[in-house]
Design a binder for this molecule. Structure first.
Ligand SMILES: [Mn+2]
Length: 430
């Protein structure tokens, strides 16, 4: 029996006061969609199966390089983090996996497994950390990890990634995500080709340790912490890596890791077409790697990304199974509330993309009817799918309004009393 952190009575009371309105809204939407030839039950079914992983590092308050303002009742260790993730999952029913970051979340694998399965949670991709120095490590990553000029630092970074695979194997994960901070701050500081050669050599060593049923995700990022050049700076370099490594290697797209105005949905399409899209780190941004809540600034872009994903899903694109993960930093909100809403925003974009009249769109494209083509997307995007999302949560035992239920339950005040404030903690900007 799966344990529930928020009392079932509180959730039941919350839902009881809203269920009649929801049923009316759902039926009305169903009627409107049926006029467009869409079966709401089929959309509900797909939305109900949708899952996005919560990053363990996201449940702590994030920060910037200027300051971090801790919240109340912050998780003290990975076991507190798993409990916070369980709350998100219980109320949204859209986040049944957690993505771990090593060494931040290092613990005895059996304990990790038990802690998660208590709440019906599993583990998504493992994340290695060679962008900061862990206590007691021999070599520093100040001048890079997988591409460091020093062979000792490179092999230490390779070993760390292999250790992440080993921990992942013990807890049921099936993927490793590598993001490195390697690059340079000055022109001339590194030789571009030599750095990338070292990256490929190091990554090949890690790839050799990857089990057959695992995937390796490599994540590109334009800049930061290196500000002049970054070794894995864009999707082109990332695609080369995936090609060089082999069939188990895929590109991970973090929405915040591109220059402003870059057409990310088109990058997604290219990676799908050439079978190298591994998955996503969802978040939103205005200027750079802002790590803002998914869909908070540009929900239409999130929809356009999902438009590509649904197109591939409906076309039965070979081997198409991208991982969905959130990767955000919550500096001014309660991280649990932000993560719940972000999971719902990602799910919303998926639901809206399912409503696109694809046959109609193709016809407008073939007829060069630009106006009607773009209106076809807008029609889907403008549809308020909230009743579908809320019904999916209700049917699965979640809350019709997750944030309201969370506040009614008083979870934050409760853990604030149990978890004394700790200094420091990781910011979580990846
Ligand atoms: Mn990321």
């Amino acid at each position: 029996m799966t344990e529930q952190i928020i009392s079932a009575d509180i959730v039941a009371k919350h839902n009881a006061s809203r269920q009649a309105d929801l049923t009316r809204d759902y039926d009305a939407l169903g009627e409107r969609l049926s006029r467009r030839g869409i079966d709401i039950a089929a959309i509900l079914d797909k939305v109900s199966k949708f899952n996005v992983a919560v990053p363990s590092w996201g449940v702590g308050t994030g920060g910037t390089r200027f300051a971090r303002f801790p919240g109340q009742g912050e998780p003290r260790d990975i076991f507190d983090k798993i409990e916070d993730c369980a709350v998100i999952s219980q109320l949204t029913r859209a986040t049944n996996t957690v993505s771990l970051h090593i060494p931040w979340d290092k613990a005895e694998p059996n304990r990790l497994k038990q802690a998660a399965s208590r709440f019906g949670l599993g583990f998504d991709a493992m994340n290695s950390n060679t962008f900061s120095d862990a206590a007691g490590q021999k070599q520093s990553y100040k001048f890079g990890s997988l591409t460091n000029a020093d062979a000792g630092a490179r092999s230490q970074a390779v070993e760390h990634n292999i250790e992440c695979i080993e921990i992942g194997k013990a807890i049921g994960s099936k993927a490793l995500t590598i993001w490195i901070g390697d690059g340079s701050n000055f022109p001339g500081q590194v030789n571009f080709a030599r750095s990338f050669e070292r990256y490929l050599d190091s990554a090949k060593e890690i790839y050799k340790a990857l089990p057959d049923d695992w995937k390796l995700f490599t994540e590109h990022k334009m800049y930061e912490p290196a500000f002049y050049s970054t070794v894995v700076q864009d999707w082109g370099t990332n695609y080369i890596i995936a090609q060089e490594l082999g069939a188990k290697a895929f590109c991970l797209v973090d929405l915040g890791h591109h220059a402003p105005n870059v057409n990310i949905e088109m990058i997604v399409s290219r990676l799908i077409q050439f079978k190298k899209l591994g998955g996503f780190h969802f978040n939103d941004s205005k200027y750079g790697d802002d790590d803002l809540d998914a869909g908070s600034v540009d929900p239409y872009r999130l929809f356009l990304v999902f438009n590509e994903l649904v197109d591939a899903e409906l076309n039965g694109a070979e081997g198409f199974d991208p991982a969905h993960m959130l990767d955000q930093s919550h500096n001014v909100t309660d991280p649990i509330e932000s993560l719940m809403l972000s999971a719902v925003e990602v799910q919303r974009a998926y639901a809206q993309a399912l409503l696109v009249d694809r046959k109609g769109l193709e016809g407008f494209q073939e007829d060069n009817d630009a106006l009607m083509a773009t209106q076809t997307l807008k029609t889907a995007y403008r549809t308020d799918v909230e009743p579908i999302l809320a019904m999916a949560r209700l049917n699965a035992g979640g809350a019709i309004e997750p944030v309201a239920a969370y506040r009614e339950a008083g979870y934050r005040a409760k853990v604030a009393a149990e978890r004394p404030a700790v200094a420091g903690g990781s910011g979580g900007i990846v």
